[in-house]
Design a protein around this ligand. Structure first.
Ligand code: GDP
Ligand code: MG
Length: 174
């Protein structure tokens, strides 16, 4: 077996306010589970998952922000060499949506200008507590030229689609 047992390797970084479900999205995609209780920790810098797309082995290195989001201390080193960013908010938390422009300024400042950014509204299983409409998020993402998707890490809605669509786009632009 060769050292490089893949055709593509991409670094994907999750950003967004604390509590929006970034860690749960990563755990759902890489481990197929929704961790019980508050505050899912991963304890490593990144998780790896290799997927196959049109016969190509695509290795995804997925970086989760472990608490740094609270202090806005994510710096250039974190964004460096990221091929894609998953900018996450919580559809039941207006505040997490209102912080998006701040995150976009960070992206502008630190990320590569070729980075692909996906806007993700998580926790759609809590539809009765929704504070951010789909239309509002769609308009925002369109204005910022971002791809937009809503997910539930809990119910596994659109999580696979999120990462696989992103991998496809990364291959197409590689
Ligand atoms: P992070 O700070 O962005 O990494 O957020 P976490 O992944 O730690 O999740 C924060 C809280 O939201 C936890 O209590 C999770 O159980 C909960 N959570 C995460 N994703 C979902 C989801 O899709 N639906 C629901 N109902 N709760 C979620
Ligand atoms: Mg987390």
């Amino acid at each position: 077996m060769s050292m490089e047992d893949y055709d593509f390797l991409f670094k994907i970084v999750l950003i967004g306010n604390a509590g929006v479900g970034k860690t749960c999205l990563v755990r759902r995609f890489t481990q197929g589970l929704f961790p019980p209780g508050q505050g899912a920790t991963i304890g490593v810098d990144f998780m790896i998952k290799t997927v196959e797309i049109n016969g190509e082995k695509v290795k995804l290195q997925i970086w989760d922000t472990a608490g740094q989001e609270r202090f806005r201390s994510i710096t250039q080193s974190y964004y460096r060499s990221a091929n894609a960013l998953i900018l996450t908010y919580d559809i039941t938390c207006e505040e997490s949506f209102r912080c998006l422009p701040e995150w976009l300024r960070e992206i502008e400042q630190y990320a590569s200008n070729k980075v692909i950014t996906v806007l993700v509204g998580n926790k759609i299983d809590l539809a009765d507590r929704r504070e951010v409409s789909q239309q509002r998020a769609a308009e925002f993402s369109e204005a910022q030229d971002m791809y937009y998707l809503e997910t539930s890490a809990k119910e596994s809605d659109n999580v696979e689609k999120l990462f696989l669509d992103l991998a496809c786009r990364l291959i197409n632009e590689a």
